[in-house]
Design a protein around this ligand. Structure first.
Ligand SMILES: [Zn+2]
Length: 249
């Protein structure tokens, strides 16, 4: 872990994790406008300098879960799920992190890729390959600032479970490390089970790198092209709470 390259907020996060292991001493006062939020951490910046923000919710010391959305900037709906979790009542029973907008430049420009024209989900170091076109993988593994930020963040918090939200393939990837977890996710989110094989081997994806490198399990969830706002803001957040045996105060 190279703390020297982390932002001030992330350094204080890492220091806090080491120094204050108990939930009671760790929880910071929550801002009244977002009572569920324990802390806000800028984990890095995009090519164009936009903040990549992680929000810490729930109860530290419980099972640690990370939810990520908008890795592809033109897949804009699932970030509403994470925003609803962040903006609602305090969450109990789970140590939850959410990154609603992983690719802020892509979101700003309405593009799948980052501002360098790189598909962030082909830029991770596991089975990286030099791909061009719509899966442009960058000049080398972890070439992009967004990838560097996520690699550092995952090495710092080490979640037990990750769900990476995408569109529009409408299904949960069950061709993955922890199939029982994937099946459980599909059942709870009311999505079909599918095998997203990337047409063979998945090259440089975040989930495959995490699943290879860490003991936890990451799974890809794809909603359809036009999930309803009600499903994103109400149904899915509730389903996620049930999935992880969590609830809200
Ligand atoms: Zn995607």
């Amino acid at each position: 872990m190279r703390l020297g390259t982390l932002s001030t907020a992330a350094v204080s996060l890492a220091a806090t994790l080491v120094a204050l292991p108990t939930a009671a001493s760790y929880a910071a006062p929550a801002p009244t406008e977002r009572p569920a939020v324990l802390e806000r951490v800028v984990i890095g910046r995009s090519v164009e300098g936009r903040s990549i923000t992680a929000w810490h919710l729930g109860e530290p010391g419980r099972k640690k879960v990370l939810l990520i959305a908008t890795m592809h900037g033109d897949e804009t709906k699932p970030r509403q799920i994470l925003g609803a979790l962040r903006d609602g009542r305090p969450i109990r029973g789970i140590d939850l992190w959410v990154v609603p907008v992983y690719n802020p430049d892509g979101l700003a420009h309405g593009t799948r890729k980052n501002a360098h024209g790189v598909d962030l989900n082909r830029n991770f170091p596991y089975h990286w390959a030099d791909l061009d076109g719509s899966y442009e993988s960058g000049p080398e593994p972890v070439s992009e600032p967004e990838t560097k930020a996520m690699v550092r963040f995952l090495r710092t918090i080490r979640p037990g479970r990750i769900i990476s939200f995408h569109q529009p393939l409408n299904g949960v990837d069950t061709d993955t490390k922890n199939r029982s977890f994937s099946s459980k996710v599909a059942d709870h989110l009311d999505l079909p089970r599918k095998a997203f094989t990337c047409g063979g081997v998945c090259r440089g994806t975040m989930t495959s790198w995490f699943n290879h490198r860490f003991s936890g399990a990451a799974v890809t969830v794809e909603y359809g092209a036009r999930p309803s706002l009600h499903r994103m803001r109400s149904t899915a957040p509730h389903q996620l709470m049930q999935l992880f045996d969590a609830g809200r105060h």
